[in-house]
Design a protein around this ligand. Sequence first.
Ligand code: URA
Ligand code: SF4
Length: 215
Amino acid sequence: MIESLTPEQRCAALEHIAAEVRACTKCPLHAAGRTRAVPGDGDCAAEVMFIGEGPGFHEDQQGLPFVGPSGKLLDELLSMIGMRRSQVFITNVVKCRPPENRDPLPEEIATCTQAYLHRQIALIAPKVIVTLGRFSMALFFPNAKISQIHGRARWENGRAYLPLYHPAAVLRNMETLKPQMEADFRKIPQLLAEWASRQSASAAADAPPEQLTLF
Ligand code: URA
Ligand code: SF4
């Protein structure tokens, strides 16, 4: 059971996945000009997990997620809600850079997410999953249009899924999308608060009746 893992075991399991990613040859992206694979980075017990699309030029050079211009915007948005990068976990749908930043192919997405992303989610067990861009959104909101559902969370099994625009899309259209992205980002602390009140509501509902008569 993942719930019974100690924090040290959780981090060790995530580091094990990261080592697998760095040596991975499961899909053609491993030989398509990858410099470094990018497993993901952050707190192994993060309450909030961000899932982007795939490494770009800077990420491929450094082996770290969101370290280029999109990452700067992400840092700025995080600080707007009083959070730091080290408190969250940031990763991508595919862990190796697609050549010329082309879209990841369905086959690459299926292979990589089955091998790694779903295991990372299970280990981190975040309260809120934030998808960045349409490929990440499509994993949890099939057939949705990002222009229609961005900023609207869905709850499932006690976890919130929040679809947001990709920071690169915001950078291309700052005037329109930056204010929307900021408003959407402010939902993150709201969802964490809602998570806590849902927990206490369901704990109260689960409490045996005789316990309630004690008061
Ligand atoms: N864009 C992404 O989708 N992921 C990164 O890690 C960087 C840029
Ligand atoms: Fe492996 Fe994912 Fe990289 Fe493909 S993109 S080689 S599945 S780590």
